[in-house]
Ligand binder design. Structure first.
Ligand code: NAG
Ligand code: NAG
Ligand code: NAG
Length: 222
């Protein structure tokens, strides 16, 4: 081999190795997607490690967890990461790149609803097993959307504005969702809402204190 082609080969190899090492540990499209989340989760102090620098390993950023085998983001903790005096609507399209996302904590962010007119909530949150919505402003209608998330096992809806559980009812009394843990503490539910929980046939743990339930409650057959 000529010396010249040897050097060309060597530099090419070095480039390949460098490029490979840069993406190691974090997918570039997920890093970009994380950075884009900062337009909504805008706290200047939180998420400061989330930078728009090509090759930065987002799996090592605070509040992000990756699967070390697939190197995909599996958990995002966005608890109290938004600073705003007004309520907001979160665009679920922003979560589409996280194809293996299993756990998402959106608590304490003054979120009133999801914007999902272009993509369905299901396509963005398909793999979610845990969804934390503690202390936001979601109302009853959120339940009709979450109903399609069949992988969801734990749903934390403490301190929201849920007044009615009728959206948990499947058509013709079919069981819906495979929820195992449901926390509805601190909403505005009353005794009538308990009948709608029949649709949750996998439920193992329910918290419904701090609502407007009265008297003694018979939960046999539920
Ligand atoms: C991590 O990814 C591998 C390969 O895709 C998969 O087999 C495994 O179940 C994943 N583990 C978790 C905890 O998601
Ligand atoms: C939601 O995000 C998508 C992708 O970034 C964008 O195309 C769409 O216009 C956004 N929707 C709203 C209502 O902001
Ligand atoms: C419930 O929330 C949805 C989405 O934010 C909104 O469109 C609807 O008007 C709200 N309904 C009530 C009764 O507040």
């Amino acid at each position: 081999m000529e010396a010249k082609s040897f050097w060309v080969l060597l530099t090419t190899l070095l480039f390949i190795i460098r490029g490979w090492r840069q993406i190691e540990g974090c997918l570039e499209q997920e890093r970009i997607a994380l950075f884009q989340l900062k337009s909504f989760f805008n706290d200047p102090i939180e998420l400061k490690e989330w930078v728009d620098v090509k090759g930065s390993n987002c799996c090592q950023w605070e509040r992000v967890k990756c699967n070390i085998t697939s190197e995909r983001v599996i958990s995002l903790n966005l608890n109290y990461a938004r600073r705003s005096t007004s309520n907001g609507y979160l665009n679920v399209s922003l979560f589409l790149p996280f194809e293996e996302l299993k756990s998402l904590d959106l608590s304490n962010n003054k979120i009133e609803g999801f914007v999902d007119n272009k993509v369905s909530l299901l396509s963005a949150f398909d793999n979610l097993e845990f969804l934390g919505l503690y202390r936001n402003y979601f109302n009853d209608s959120i339940l009709s959307k979450l109903k399609s998330l069949t992988n969801l096992k734990t749903l934390d809806l403490r301190f929201n504005r849920i007044r009615n559980l009728r959206y948990l009812q499947g058509e013709k009394m079919q069981p819906i969702m495979n929820l195992e843990v449901l926390d509805l503490y601190g909403n505005f539910l009353n005794n009538n809402d308990l009948t709608y929980l029949k649709g949750l046939s996998s439920l193992k743990s329910l918290s419904i204190g701090g609502n407007q339930l009265e008297g003694s409650i018979d939960i046999r057959g539920m």
